[in-house]
Ligand binder design. Sequence first.
Ligand SMILES: *Cc1c(COP(=O)(O)O)cnc(C)c1O
Length: 370
Amino acid sequence: MEVPFVDLKAQYRSIKPEIDRAIKDILDTTRFVGGPPVSAFETAFAEFAGAKHCIGVANGTDAIYAVLRALGIGPGDEVITVANSWISTSETISQTGAKPVFVDIDEFCHIDPLAIERRINRRTRAVIPVHLYGLPAAIEEIAKVCANNGLHLVEDCAQAHGAEFNGRPVGTFGIAGTFSFYPGKNLGAYGDAGAVITSDDALASRVRMFCNHGALQKHKHEIEGINSRLDSLQAAVLTAKLPHLPGWTNARRRVAESYHEQLAGVDGLHLPATRPGSTHVYHLFVIRTPHRDALMAHLRNAGVATQIHYPTALPLLPAYSYLGYGAEDVPRAARYQGEILSLPMYPELTDDMIRHVSDSIKAFQGGIDS
Ligand SMILES: *Cc1c(COP(=O)(O)O)cnc(C)c1O
């Protein structure tokens, strides 16, 4: 049996008439940039995400960059972020001219709040935690550290649409939250797309201005900005998909529950735990095993596609060799990068597929023990 890592076709088939109509409506109006389709999505997503404002942008990377620039972060500043994430989280810090400062992860693969405090100095301006895999980071503790030290808190929510901590949605604990709608994300466009959420009126307006060539009205450029807008076709697709997101999230949770039931107690396998007080939206289902590479090969032979998020911790990538980090600086991230494995996870996974993945893992682990 073949089990792909994700299956975007299955989802498209399940909502094809709605998507096709949404796209056709845009083609008929030929209003491709801005206008009512974009503001309709921004309004709907702000409400979904629990924020006053949503600004649609071209992708989730620009969302982070725009917030940092709108906060005035630049050369001479430092921004603290986490050792295990997608490179967008740190490359946007460098793009502003500031210096990324990496700290180690906790047992959930999120930024360790205690490690943040040790790296704060007079140049530190902001902290970017990542709600990696769809699980909230220790966001209340992180918010406290930021408040005590006068730092901006910018949440990278690219993998965590709709996740909550103590009943409050991610992205609303700091000054801004950033989202990606890359096709494979929990809410995915049919191309690149992203958004910033904030309840701060001034920041919302600065982000919107920055992403539209520094102008809120045509030809009134108050600053130099960039061209990073959510286009209308993507906005229409996202508006059509948003009402389905809670159902898809529940389906992801059912998949996770089945994996947990079927893999509980398998020797040498660490299953993803949920941080107390939080809800998990399972963008990824990440297990850990010291035999990761062999298990990955075994699953490939059984028709099961897996991935690694991420194979090299950010500070240990060649891109950051100039900063001089070693494994001893981020010991947990350095250890986990050789043990983590992301199993197939998407709402349309069938019971048979989940069973096949679990049975294949059990067969492999059984072979190791004997
Ligand atoms: C996907 C992702 C991003 C970037 O989003 P794009 O839309 O691909 O630019 C940023 N941070 C994390 C953690 C991501 O997973």
